[in-house]
Design a protein around this ligand. Structure first.
Ligand code: ZN
Length: 496
């Protein structure tokens, strides 16, 4: 064999080995035949869908609204709502001890028979974001009328988050009525101001810390089963194992004021505009991390994913950059890969012929787990590189990114089993929640926080949350009650 021939032969053998490795690794992500799951479905309790829907509709009628202006908060609506809960769920309230926390938040403890077992905490918030009730606002049904039509409960809070709150209570009330006694303590915490920062949840988490209580797991909103998503059209249960941090920085630029006919070379507005542009020109690192890799590998096991995609997901050591580049093409992809930068407010000037002495910009950041608040502040100051631009943290001061909960083991595996039993034929994948939930404060007392509610949403439903025509399917809601019942019953029996 000539020298050249030998080189070709070696290259050829190398290529065969490489392809072999790639394909071998891909078999580890073989598509899951989800139809095999169908047989494992467990017995769920009987639920009267009309009755549970009526209760959700009644809950929607209480205007437990959180507004940015805290002085508008109306505690009497919350106490009326809680009175209604007490009347509607008497077996639950007889089984638990109830404490008012931070005013209108509520913590309910259903004491287990074995106090050595750490409790499981279920969270849901009572408050909702405002909704425009004026005719012509775009709502097909009045947002606080609590109507049931076309197979849906309509109104603000029908999903976020009275769907969780009411279904948990429906389930827990039935469980208590059955004479059930948990071994492991179950705690139910219902915040009153999740939509405006969650001081109630923070107070509950602080109380647990003070009492040296470290939950086995915390379960909150923030994840669900999705359909028709860009990655997989079929149902995928997305368990939020982490949530991004939150920070708003104020950039302030000061300069001489005066008449606009004789401006200085550098004005406050010009300097501020350059500062904002500099921040945008220095994006944060964007790359795949542990949670994202596990999510991609989990969804790659869908039967609808083609061999090429599966090959790439199984071999991210080789194709990681290609996958990152593809994700960077979408807004949500970029939000998953790293810390985001969003200038949101500008304040400067009152007259077209007068130079403002001060100009301010608000820039909102959602922090990826690899960046802390201090990292972001340092990054922004370095990017602006101008000591005349003052950088301060807005009030409230924001949150660090949450810790990442266990994936595949511990409470995650427990929840995955509940999803498999409650929703046979559904893929389960970990996810990072891009918004914020009350559960973030429970990082004070546990690393195991899971954001998942047992409901199925089509990608077109997401706009309804905080948007127009929020609604919950009557049958979906009843099924959620059944699954919560199973979860609560099992949670009280977890041994280790
Ligand atoms: Zn919510």
């Amino acid at each position: 064999m000539s020298g050249l021939g030998r080189k070709w032969a070696i290259a050829g053998i190398g290529l065969v080995i490489l392809v072999g490795i790639l394909v071998f690794r891909t078999t580890a992500l073989a598509p899951i035949d989800l139809s095999q799951n169908e047989g494992t479905s467990v017995d769920l309790i009987e639920v009267d869908a009309n009755q549970t829907a009526n209760h959700l509709a009644e809950a929607v009628r209480f205007k437990t609204i959180s507004t940015q202006d805290r002085t508008l908060f109306d505690p009497t609506v919350f106490s009326a709502f809680q009175d209604w809960l007490a009347v509607t769920y008497p077996n639950f309230y007889a089984a638990v001890s109830t404490e008012a926390v931070a005013g209108s938040s509520q913590m309910n403890t259903w004491a287990g028979t074995d106090p050595s077992l750490d409790p499981v905490v279920f969270l849901a918030h009572q408050d909702v974001v405002p909704a425009d009730e004026a005719p012509g606002s775009g709502w097909d049904k009045p947002p606080f009328a609590g109507l049931i039509e076309d197979g849906f409960v309509w109104g603000r809070g029908a999903i976020d988050d009275k769907a969780s709150l009411i279904a948990i209570l429906e389930a827990a009330d039935r469980l208590a009525a059955s004479g059930y006694q948990p071994k492991r303590t179950l705690i139910f915490a219902f915040g009153h101001d999740e939509e405006v920062g969650g001081t109630g949840a923070l107070a509950v988490a602080s109380l647990l810390k003070e009492r040296n209580i470290h939950p086995w797991a915390v379960i909150d909103e923030g994840g669900a089963i999705t359909t028709n998503m860009p990655d997989v059209a079929g149902p995928v249960a997305r368990i939020g194992v982490a949530e991004k941090g939150y920070l708003t920085l104020i950039l302030t630029s000061k300069a001489e004021g005066g008449h606009s006919s004789t401006p200085p070379v550098t004005t406050s507005l010009g300097a501020l505009a350059r500062a904002i542009a500099a921040v945008e020109a220095h994006p944060f690192e964007q790359k795949l991390d542990g949670v994202l890799i596990k999510m991609l590998r989990a969804t790659a096991r869908s039967e609808e994913v083609g061999f090429g995609t599966r090959l790439a997901m199984a071999n991210l050591w080789l194709f990681g950059r290609t996958v990152e580049d593809a994700m960077k093409g979408s807004k949500s992809g970029r939000a998953m890969l790293g810390t985001t930068i969003a200038p949101t407010i500008l304040h400067a000037g009152i007259k077209e012929n007068a130079l403002p002495r001060e100009a301010q910009a608000f820039v909102n950041f959602r922090l990826h787990a690899r960046d802390s608040v201090a990292d972001v502040v340092a990054h922004v100051i370095a990017a602006i590189d101008n000591p005349d631009i003052e950088v301060t943290i807005a009030n409230p001061p924001g949150n660090e990114p949450s810790p990442v909960s266990q994936i595949g083991t511990g409470p995650y595996a427990w929840l995955e089993q509940a999803i498999n039993d409650g929703f046979p034929g559904t893929l389960v994948a970990p996810n990072v929640v891009l918004g914020g939930t009350d559960s973030r404060y429970f990082a004070l007392v546990t690393d195991d926080i899971y954001r998942f509610a047992p409901y199925t949403f089509d990608s077109s439903d997401f706009g309804r949350i905080h948007g127009l025509n929020e609604r919950m399917g009557v049958e979906d809601f009843a099924h959620g009650v059944q699954v919560y019942y199973m979860m609560l019953e099992r949670a009280g029996q977890i041994e280790n």
